[in-house]
Design a protein around this ligand. Structure first.
Ligand code: 5GP
Length: 367
């Protein structure tokens, strides 16, 4: 039995080391990067943060908010082709282009047909192909087919966690490989199957492999705070995909609910003034796309041979998403000044990490 002995780390196992730098303030850094790809012949100006193509985060409403900040969004797979086309037509007028939007696809014949309907309009050229297990031969075949059909499209494909597979996907037509198996906030793959890899180590290895053959990576899942996004970019991720951090907002998908708490049942610090009255709190559902709930909602029930690999959570409603996005970008700018990186692309070059046993002081809670 082979055991891979080298230590595998998550974002919470490391902290960035600050460095003396000539950057006087946060406004001296540039968080816009010009991306040039291996296969796609267009360049892209963006800050590489992507809303996950989950039903709850890959929404049209989130896409519009992401674009305002030069961030990206992978639309979820459950919109119809017509709904996507209508959105793209409108977005092209209001935002000016659909360059920051990905249309998502699985690897079935039906998925290809739907993708073709959308691509035929020429309204969009960015495609995100994803399956839970990117080691399946179907993914590689599908990437090749999509590349042959649309030679100049921007193709992101995944998910995998090893360098060899990143290289193969890129050589077979992907511009960006999506990496991460099991780090997600509502993912239970590791619990159910025992398969996965700590995300920080995944990013380091996959970025190195992808860059070696002219490709890029998108680190998908496992970011819980803006600092994790910074660590990911410093570890070599070209793009970082976020689910949980963007969930629970006004623009997110998912059912809203209200819970009523008896006096004293809720946190007295938050609700001091109403400790003696009933307290109403709003929640928004967030769920894994392989959860039994998602399969019931979107695929007519959990098939017998499939297990649920995701969970459902009720998040306290967080209001509009814009302040959350600005906080992430603020954290990013500040990180860049701490490590002396003037440009987004310089972050890995400027970064070094401490391995830590404990990164946060939680004496007054986890906020
Ligand atoms: P987060 O940012 O919430 O930590 O992770 C988001 C990512 O989790 C998604 O982009 C996707 O790759 C992954 N994910 C979403 N739903 C599920 C699920 O039901 N099961 C698993 N294994 N992963 C999921």
């Amino acid at each position: 039995m082979r055991i891979h002995d080298d230590i595998q780390l998550d974002y919470c196992d490391v902290l960035l080391r600050p460095k003396r730098s000539a950057l006087a303030s946060r406004s001296a850094v540039n968080i816009l990067r010009e991306y040039n790809f291996k296969w796609c012949n267009r360049s892209l100006q963006a800050t590489g943060i992507v809303a996950a193509n989950m039903y709850t985060t890959g929404t049209f409403e989130i896409a519009r908010e992401m674009q305002k900040q030069n961030l990206l969004c992978a639309l979820h797979k459950h919109y119809t082709a017509q709904e996507i086309i209508d959105f793209l037509k409108d977005n092209k007028t209001t935002h000016g282009s659909n360059d920051l939007i990905f249309v998502s696809s699985g690897v079935s014949d039906n998925d290809f047909e739907k993708l073709t309907t959308v691509m035929d309009t020429k309204l969009i050229q960015n495609i995100c192909i994803d399956v839970a297990n990117g080691y399946s031969p179907y993914l590689m075949d599908f990437v090749r087919k999509v590349r042959n059909t649309w030679p100049h499209a921007l193709i992101m494909a995944g998910n995998v966690v090893t360098g060899d597979m990143c290289e193969d996907l890129i050589l077979n037509g992907a511009d960006i490989v999506k990496v991460g198996i099991g780090p997600g906030s509502v993912c239970t793959t590791r619990k159910l199957t025992g398969v996965g890899r700590p995300q920080f180590s995944t990013v380091i290895e996959c970025a190195d492999a992808a860059h070696g053959v002219g490709g890029m990576i998108c680190a998908d899942g496992g970011c819980t705070v803006p600092g994790d996004v910074c660590k990911s970019l410093c570890a070599g991720a070209d793009f970082v995909m976020l689910g949980g951090m963007l969930a629970g907002h006004a623009e997110s998908g998912g059912e809203m609910s209200t819970k009523i708490f008896q006096p004293g049942e809720v946190n007295m610090v938050d609700n001091e003034h109403c400790a003696l009255a009933l307290v109403e709190k709003q929640y928004k559902k967030f769920y894994g796309m392989s959860s039994a709930y998602a399969q019931e909602q979107h695929y007519g029930g959990l098939k017998k041979y499939r297990a649920s690999e995701g969970k459902v959570v009720e998040l306290p409603f967080r209001g509009p998403i814009e302040p959350t996005l600005l906080a992430i970008l603020g954290g990013l700018r500040s990180c860049m000044t701490y490590i002396g990186a003037k440009r987004l692309k310089d972050m890995p070059k400027c970064a070094s990490f401490y391995r830590v046993n404990r990164q946060l002081n939680t004496i007054f809670g986890n906020e």
